[in-house]
Write a protein that binds this ligand. Structure first.
Ligand code: F6R
Length: 261
């Protein structure tokens, strides 16, 4: 794992957008994996600015969302489809028809999950997966206890995650759906490059478990240790419990120019 610790929280987005730009300028038709939530917003905005400045384009890109609530109408403002439209699709030049997500309203959930796995595989797999992390160590909606070999499936959200997300539902816990469809841990691990972003102290403990803890289903993000190309981009708060922080800084500061993100 490459761990980048930045002084200014805004620089997390700059480094993450660098990874997207590197891919977009070197690949004729890149496939992106998109996290929802608050953390990647600034990255998507920065990507949009670079597109507007003519530095890159996502016109030929495809994108796959990580997860979706079950039972929210697609146009509900808090469906992950609506959120991705608001924070990503409308900020960049991707064709909206090329942004896919799990179907949280499918009548046959098992078939919908299998179809989503197939769609990712048929697109050639994900080149670059952007991830956030939950305070409990979840990635996508793989809550603690999730199989590290899991594929896209339906999951029950734990109460703490619903409480975290109630801020998007006017603070009303009961308004937060109890179930979701989510890419599995194994689905995520098939991406060729994974960029995990975390901001702020509330994420510090989960980041410590993910980066330095044992690989365990109790912290699904720790499965990223098994992937050969993961970049973790943290602000000071999110990095504040890392035992090896000084070493990660030293490695990053002395990184030879030919060694890219
Ligand atoms: C979003 C997702 C979640 C979030 C995580 C962090 O698609 O799958 O795993 O990345 O809950 O959320 P924020 O960024 O809002 O702190």
């Amino acid at each position: 794992m490459e761990v980048i610790i930045v002084e200014q929280p805004g620089d997390v987005a700059v480094h993450a957008a660098d990874a997207i730009e590197d891919l977009a300028t070197s690949h004729p038709a890149p496939v992106l994996g998109l996290a929802t939530g608050s953390t990647p917003r600034a990255t998507y905005e920065e990507t949009g600015r670079r597109i507007a400045a003519g530095r890159m384009t996502l016109a030929r890109a495809r994108a796959f969302m990580l997860d979706e609530y079950v039972g929210l109408p697609p146009h509900h403002p808090q469906s992950y489809r609506s959120v991705i439209d608001a924070i990503f699709t409308t900020k960049v030049d991707i064709d909206p028809a090329n942004v896919a997500g799990p179907d949280g309203n499918a009548s046959d959930v098992l078939a919908a999950c299998a179809a989503y796995e197939r769609a990712i595989a048929e697109a050639g797999g994900i080149d670059l997966q952007i991830l956030g992390i939950g305070g409990d160590g979840h990635i996508a909606f793989n809550e603690p206890g999730s199989s590290l070999a899991s594929a896209t499936r339906i999951k029950t959200l734990i109460r703490a995650t619903r409480q975290d997300n109630a801020r998007f539902f006017e603070g009303v816990l009961d308004a937060v759906p109890s179930h979701c469809l989510t890419q599995g841990v194994a689905t995520i691990l098939r991406a060729r490059h994974i960029v995990l972003l975390a901001l702020g102290e509330p994420k510090a403990e989960a980041v410590r478990h993910a980066v330095e803890g044992p690989v365990s289903a109790m912290c699904p993000a720790s499965a990223l240790q098994l992937h050969p190309h993961v970049t973790v981009i943290l602000d000071e708060g999110a990095a504040s419990r890392l035992e090896m922080a000084a070493y990660y800084r030293e490695v990053w500061e002395n990184k030879p120019p030919w060694q890219r993100l």
